[in-house]
Design a protein. Structure first.
Length: 158
């Protein structure tokens, strides 16, 4: 390597994307952000069709900071509607101080609708229903779908 040539460690494109991710959602109708969550025994959706992995009190639930839930009028165990600009799903609310205010974590891989009987019976919602399918919303640097940090709102069901 020639002296004086160093890689640029902070490209403007990456810094711009990081700033956009850390900014609060611009639309007050969607004041929170949803992120994915991986659960034990539920790493991939096919695991929902394996009987030993579905034993016990398995449920598809959103993890919500208690302060965010209070603002939305939601209590622990309530059903809630999670809405983005692209769609809506209903899940059970599980309140936890482990969540940072402004962020809601929802496990992926639920809401089956196919040939897997046990997985279909497990219920849940497909968190991908909250995501944009517009090519203009693809993450610019990697060309991937934006599946985390999507602006949402919470509403009680019923």
């Amino acid at each position: 390597m020639r002296r004086g040539l160093r890689p640029h460690r902070h490209p403007d494109e990456i810094i711009g994307e990081l700033r956009a991710l850390s900014a609060r959602p611009a639309d007050p109708a969607y004041p929170l952000r949803v992120i994915g969550l991986r659960e034990l025994k539920s790493h991939n959706s096919w695991m929902h069709n394996a009987e030993p992995l579905m034993r016990g009190d398995r449920e598809h639930a959103a993890r919500i900071n208690p302060k965010d839930a209070a603002v939305a009028g939601i209590s622990d165990g309530d059903r809630c509607r999670v809405t983005s600009a692209h769609g809506a799903i209903e899940v059970t609310a599980r309140l936890t101080e482990d969540m940072t205010e402004g962020t809601v974590a929802i496990p992926h891989g639920w809401g089956h609708d196919g040939g897997w009987q046990r997985a279909n019976a497990a219920g849940g919602a497909n968190v991908n229903d909250l995501m944009s399918t517009d090519l203009a919303d693809v993450e610019r640097l990697a060309g991937m779908s934006n599946l985390n940090g999507v602006p949402i709102r919470l509403d009680p069901v019923g």
